[in-house]
Write a protein that binds this ligand. Sequence first.
Ligand code: F6R
Length: 235
Amino acid sequence: VETPAAAGALIADEIARRIAADPETVLGLATGSTPLPVYEALPARLAGLDVSRVRGFALDEYVGIDPTHPESYRAVITREVVEPLGLDPTRVHTPNGALATIEHAGEDYERAIAEAGGIDLQILGIGTSGHIGFNEPGSSFASRTRVKTLVEQTRRDNARFFDSIDDVPMHCITQGLGTILEARHLVLLAFGAGKAAAVAQAVEGPLTSSLPGSAIQLHPHVTVVVDEAAASELT
Ligand code: F6R
C-alpha cells in the first residue's frame, strides 16, 4: 500500500465485512503504533452494524503495570478500540499482568480465548527484534500465553510511550506463537524502513525462533500489508 492510512482502510473494510456476516466475530487486537490506522478507519465502517456481541483479545500486556496507567495495554485498548468502536468492555480482554495472579494468568487467558471459540482475525505488528506479540527471539513456535522478558531493543523502541526507558516494564505477558498460529486469519502490518529487515526475514527468511515473526509462514491464511519502505528488503 502507499500509506498506512490505505492499509487501515483495507483492513477495516475486511473487519466490517466479517462483523456484518458474523456479529459474534472474535478480533485479535495488537497495540503499539502500527494498528492505529485500522482502529481509526473502523468507526465510520462499523456505523449501523451491531457490534454488541463482537469480542476482542489483546495480544499482550505489561507485567506489574497498573491497568489504569495510560500506557497499560488495557488502557490503550479501551482508549483506541473499545470506546471509539462502542464495543462491550466486558467482551474485550487483555492478559492480566497483575503480579498477584500472574502464575495462572497465561492459562486463564488461553481458556478465555478457547471459550470464545478462538480468534477469527488477528491483527499483528512486528517489532524490530522480529517479535510478534511480545514473543522475543528464542520463543518456541509451540509457546502459549506466558510471561516473557522484553529485550533491550523492544524496551528502547517502546520508551517513546513512557517518560524514559527506565519506566518501560521489564516483563510482559503475551499470547504465545502457538496461540497466535491458531487464529483463523493473521493480518500482519508493517510500515517504515525500520521494519524492512524484520518483514523480509519473517516473510522470506528461514523458519527460526531467532526471528519469531517467521512463524507466520506456518499459517495457512496470512495477509501481510506493508508500505514501500517496509517492503524494501523483500526480494
Ligand atoms: C503489540 C505487540 C507488538 C507490536 C510491535 C510493533 O501488542 O504485540 O508485537 O506490534 O512491537 O510495535 P509498533 O507498532 O509500535 O511499531
